[in-house]
Design a protein around this ligand. Structure first.
Ligand SMILES: Cc1cc2nc3c(=O)[nH]c(=O)nc-3n(C[C@H](O)[C@H](O)[C@H](O)COP(=O)(O)OP(=O)(O)OC[C@H]3O[C@@H](n4cnc5c(N)ncnc54)[C@H](O)[C@@H]3O)c2cc1C
Length: 307
């Protein structure tokens, strides 16, 4: 038994929701500890407050989020992110809680014969290895991008998370700031996500989601962006932009947002916002291409939101 397998056999129990991530790690031997099936414990309801804000139970499937008529109308960026994720079969089963808490897709992490920081190894093998799909914002010792599409979209919506122990957690609270290379989220051992709470949509708000991807479906994106905007009288009154695939956690593009706030919704403003999307980037030798993808996605979404 190698050192990874020995450590895994004494691992803390892991929740199993739909198992679309977990089963693959069980098959490959990366997850070997005891399981707790939460299919019957978790909440799958979408509830609406009197003023029109949704809260989504953690066991709600991605497929439901992609197709629920009221969610699609009130939170189109979240619905579009869900529609673009994985395959119809995965969306039918996969849960929102499992999506947020899924483990890294890094091929070194998923290989049971290779140690890495997330398996208590001493270093990140991707950093000096094949990191073609890794981060372009190098924020911590692990260079794997966070895999959760829904976390990126929920970040643009400033959603909060309720667990069985805490409430009011932002996506940044849930996933950290990217500096902890050892974990994919900041949940305590045995802490269960119960629901995701959304704000009331703003009047006149529109939102879009787009991903740049190496093949047409059944793949994680290279870069993905969710953008929301209220454009009134030709001016960007509100803009929230979040991107995935580029950092160990989903990133809010605050430099781009600052460029757009209260500025004319025209080509010059949008071009500057697209340039600022890379502010603070620190690409690895092979990941500079992601910054071009990021800038292109931001420009495309803003042009369509301003039209
Ligand atoms: C071909 C393919 C393409 C994919 N593409 C994408 C993509 O583009 N974007 C994307 O985001 N994902 C993608 N996925 C991943 C997929 O979205 C996840 O596997 C799925 O969302 C996990 O949900 P689950 O319910 O199956 O979780 P499980 O596999 O059951 O659990 C995943 C992890 O989350 C933990 N967990 C589950 N529920 C909770 C909870 N309520 N509280 C705390 N911890 C919990 C589990 O312990 C486990 O560690 C893809 C998957 C496949 C197979």
């Amino acid at each position: 038994m190698n050192s990874t397998a020995m450590r895994a056999s004494s691992a803390a129990p892991e929740f199993r929701a739909a198992g679309t991530d977990l089963s693959e790690r069980r098959r490959s031997g990366v997850s070997r500890g005891p399981l707790i099936d939460i299919a019957s414990a978790a909440d799958s309801a979408i509830e609406w407050s009197a003023d029109g804000a949704a809260s989504i139970g953690a066991f709600t499937t991605i497929g439901t989020i992609a197709t629920d008529a009221r969610l699609t109308q009130a939170y189109p960026g979240i619905a579009a992110a869900a529609q673009g994720l994985a395959t119809p079969q995965v969306r039918h089963l996969a849960t929102l809680g499992g999506n947020l808490a899924q483990r890294s897709r890094c091929w070194y992490f998923r290989n049971p014969h290779i140690d890495c920081l997330k398996k208590s190894g001493a270093h990140c093998p991707a950093r000096n290895g094949n990191h073609l799909y890794s981060v372009a914002f190098d924020l911590g010792p692990c260079v794997a991008p966070h895999p959760s599409t829904m976390a990126a979209a929920l970040s643009a919506y400033e959603a909060t998370i309720t667990t069985d122990r805490r409430s009011g957690l932002s996506i940044a609270d849930l996933l950290g700031d990217g500096s902890n290379g050892k974990a994919d989220h900041a949940l305590a051992s045995g802490e269960m996500i119960r629901k995701i709470v959304l704000q009331i949509p703003r009047a006149g708000e529109r939102a879009l989601y787009k991903r740049a991807i190496g093949r047409s479906h059944a793949e994680w994106p290279l870069v993905e962006v969710c953008a929301r905007a209220v454009v009134a009288n030709g001016t960007f009154e509100l803009v929230r932009i979040a991107a995935g695939g580029i950092a160990p956690v989903p990133l809010r593009l605050s430099a781009s947002e600052a460029v757009l706030k209260d500025k004319p919704a025209n080509a010059a403003t949008i071009a500057e916002a697209a340039r600022q999307a890379s502010a603070g980037a620190k690409p690895l030798p092979k990941t500079g291409y992601k910054l071009d993808l990021l800038s292109g996605l931001v420009r495309d979404l803003l042009e369509r939101l301003a039209a």
